[in-house]
Design a protein around this ligand. Structure first.
Ligand SMILES: C[S@@+](CC[C@H](N)C(=O)[O-])C[C@H]1O[C@@H](n2cnc3c(N)ncnc32)[C@H](O)[C@@H]1O
Length: 223
């Protein structure tokens, strides 16, 4: 029997109020709206590179920021999961009813122990989760689960080093001497070695704003 999924310190904060605030946050302020617009544009490119997959799991889906883009492919079947019931409720409430008919399932799922069969979807979109995971063994468990459920590949996003924002963040964390960080910068060399260990090959990466932003998206193929 496999061990219980790890409990991340941040995972329980997404109650309904927090979920609604998260949804609003991404639609407010010029900088946030530009970042969201750029992330969606890059995810669209990532999926094209991944061969326009016929089925995609959005995991964790949060408030469903990527759903309209995922549904642009006219015959693609969709699944979405998140550990937070509040996030799922918020995502459903903001989605067009026609869009919801494109989903085979939307439900509570733990990313470390997905209640889905092997190869359930062609591709998985895993945005903004890895940068919350500090322990290498937990990142490997997540990557292993994505590898099991995706037939061909996955797209992930996280914070990486080698840019202005990461240098600032690392200086700030050092000054605060924080040990309870729930979001962290992972060195590119570390995460790329972990991708290989989990059985993925990097097809391509995209930086949200090259040289400046910490956000990087990786398009990974199963080896
Ligand atoms: C920063 S949000 C990102 C949501 C979405 N991918 C996006 O980019 O808008 C992180 C999400 O991870 C979810 N989450 C936290 N721990 C999780 C876990 N163990 N399994 C699945 N989802 C989890 C939270 O409920 C939250 O919706």
């Amino acid at each position: 029997m496999s061990s219980p999924p790890p409990k991340l310190p941040f995972s329980d904060k997404y109650d309904l109020d927090h979920a609604r605030a998260y949804e609003e946050k991404h639609r407010s302020g010029l900088r946030r709206r530009l970042t969201t617009w750029r992330e969606i544009a890059l995810a669209r490119r990532a999926l094209r590179l991944a061969g326009d997959p016929e089925s995609v799991l959005d995991m964790p889906c949060g408030a469903g920021r990527f759903w309209p883009m995922l549904a642009e492919h006219p015959t693609r079947r969709l699944r979405a999961g998140d550990r937070s019931a509040g996030m799922l409720e918020t995502a459903r409430a903001h989605a067009d009813p026609a869009l919801l008919t494109r989903f085979d399932s939307i439900g509570e799922l733990d990313a470390f122990a997905l209640d889905l069969p092997d190869g359930a979807v062609e591709h998985i979109l895993c945005m903004r989760l890895l940068h919350h995971i500090a322990r290498p063994e937990d990142r490997l468990r997540l990557l292993g689960e994505l590898h099991r459920v995706a037939r061909r590949g996955v797209t992930v996003s996280l914070w990486v080093d080698g840019n202005l924002q990461a240098r600032r963040r690392q200086r700030l964390d050092a000054r605060r001497q924080r040990t309870d960080v729930n979001r962290l910068v992972t060195p590119r060399a570390t995460i790329e070695a972990e991708f290989a260990q989990a059985g993925f090959r990097v097809r391509r990466h995209f930086d949200v704003l090259p040289g400046w932003s910490m956000w990087r998206m990786y398009v990974l193929d199963k080896v």
